[in-house]
Design a protein around this ligand. Structure first.
Ligand code: ADP
Ligand code: ZN
Ligand code: MG
Length: 474
């Protein structure tokens, strides 16, 4: 039997605010444990929460970018449960009246054509603290610095049809959130957390199967792997005529481990947060936020194709991050031809930055000047790559660096003629063979002259002068 996989995702994203969601404590990561705490985020009696407008703004931007409807009134609610890292005994979240509902994100699926994934909702909430199991031997410690840090939760409809497609969605979502500069989305620091829900059903089925959930994946690759394991496990069960039970798994160790069964599932007893008024947003304010959205990856890709004649795949690479896209455009603005600039950015520049967030060392005007030197024939492409690497370590311009490296291309005809003659004199027998019709030896002579020049001779000039000197009557 052939099975269809159905996946829906719940993604928590930490918003890049300076302070927490409902108090003034710093939301910095990595400070000494329990130094960024106050009566409000510790849930001490009498402390009152106040919503952080900056967090509301960032959440609104995310919702607008994902095409959700922003609700002018949304309501904070208490989600009640007991856990050691939850000092108040409840988490302030949003429940039946979330900030935004009904959006969508179009992505390129690895298995199908472009697909549109419906976004069910996006709401604001606060994070819990963090249990530390490796701090004190045999004991668990709790760090409340993270308690109260602002999060958005983004929930998708069960629209994804494979683990690879789920990963592609996550990559596209992260790219947008980074473009918006609302979160660094650093998964190692827990700034982006994914809970994935998966079920299977007969191919082309119309009803949904029983879903199981998997969490604690520390990369998108790990999420894809965990979903593959969950899918295979469900298929094995169903084919063995066993029931699939509502179960939550942890993928923290790489293998799936059941951490919660249906009977233990939570009843959170949600109710509206009595200490906070409903969150109301003015239409003008929402409109201003919409206006302030940056150009998003898809729009940028299309513009790069139309405005600069960049091919679709290259436009995709060049708009992978805002940093790279802005850099590319700055080099073009400095006068370099776009397609050539694209090649440089996708080659040497991305190679130098290695990972996306390593800063580019060669400022746009120097790369533009380097590209111009190649176009004028002052540098071979190979030499230009060497110059580029050297530019990263200095503030000098490409001309000075090329001179210092001694790689400026030589186009002086007397000089090239001298090199050619030196080679031909030392190679009489090859010259004779060439003149007897073995014309493929031209490549050999080319190589010899280039070597003679230390790689600096202009190859076009070398070829012309060689051809001339190899004529039988010369
Ligand atoms: P719960 O009540 O358990 O929170 P929801 O209906 O709110 O479940 O859905 C939570 C997530 O699970 C959503 O991302 C949704 O798309 C996904 N989901 C729901 N049902 C299924 C299913 N049968 N198979 C796969 N994913 C599902
Ligand atoms: Zn606080
Ligand atoms: Mg739910």
């Amino acid at each position: 039997m052939s099975w269809e996989t159905v996946i829906g995702l719940e993604i928590h994203v930490q918003l890049a605010t300076r302070s927490k969601m409902f108090c003034g404590c710093s939301s910095a990561f990595g400070d000494q444990p329990n130094t960024n705490v106050c009566p409000t985020c510790l849930g001490l009696p009498g402390a009152l929460p106040v919503a952080n407008l900056e967090a509301v703004r960032l959440a609104t931007r995310a919702a607008l970018a994902l095409d959700l409807t922003i609700h002018r009134t949304s309501v904070f609610a208490r989600k009640n449960y007991f856990y050691p890292d939850l000092p108040k005994g409840y988490q302030i979240s949003q429940f039946d009246m979330p900030l935004a509902t009904a959006g969508r994100l179009r992505i390129a699926s690895p298995d199908r054509d472009d697909i549109t994934v419906e976004i069910t909702r996006l709401h604001l909430e606060e994070d819990a603290g963090k249990s530390l199991h490796d701090r004190i031997p045999e004991k668990t410690a709790v760090d409340f610095n993270r308690a109260g840090v602002p999060l958005v939760e983004i929930v998708t409809e069960p629209d994804l049809r494979s683990p690879a497609e789920a990963r592609a969605f996550l990559v596209a979502l992260k790219q947008i959130l980074q473009y918006l500069e609302i979160s660094d989305c650093n998964m190692e620091e827990g700034h982006l957390r994914v809970d994935a829900n998966l079920s299977i059903r007969p191919a082309n089925g119309s009803t949904l199967g029983v879903k199981q959930e998997v969490k604690n994946m520390n990369s998108f690759a790990a999420a894809e792997r965990a979903l593959e394991q969950l899918r295979d496990r469900q298929i094995d069960l169903v084919e063995a005529k066993q029931a699939i039970e509502l179960t939550t798994f942890s993928a923290a160790s790489g293998a799936l481990r059941a951490i919660r069964k249906k009977e233990e599932s939570h009843d959170y007893r949600y109710f509206p947060e009595p200490d906070l008024p409903p969150l109301t947003l003015a239409d003008d304010w929402i409109a201003d936020e919409r206006h302030a959205l940056p150009e998003l990856p898809e729009a940028k890709q299309i513009r790069f194709q139309h405005e600069y004649g960049i091919r679709p795949y290259d436009a995709d690479v060049l708009s992978a991050t805002r940093q790279i896209a802005d850099y590319f455009e700055a080099v073009v603005a400095a006068g370099a031809p776009p397609v050539e600039t694209g090649k440089w950015v996708m080659g040497s520049v991305l190679h130098e930055t290695k990972e996306d967030d390593h800063p580019v060392q060669v400022d746009p005007s120097r790369l533009a000047a380097l590209i111009a030197m190649v176009a004028r024939g002052d540098l071979s492409t190979l030499a230009a790559k060497r110059v580029y690497r050297a530019l990263a370590a200095t503030n000098d311009g490409p001309k000075a660096v090329a001179e210092r490296l001694g790689v400026l291309q030589v186009r002086n005809e007397d000089q090239i003629t001298a090199w050619v003659e030196a080679v031909l004199q030392a190679r009489d027998s090859e010259v004779a063979r060439f003149r007897d019709g073995e014309t493929k030896l031209l490549g050999f002579f080319m190589g010899q002259v280039m070597q003679q020049s230390g790689g600096k001779a202009d190859p076009d000039k070398v070829r012309a002068i060689l051809s001339d000197k190899l004529q039988p009557d010369s």
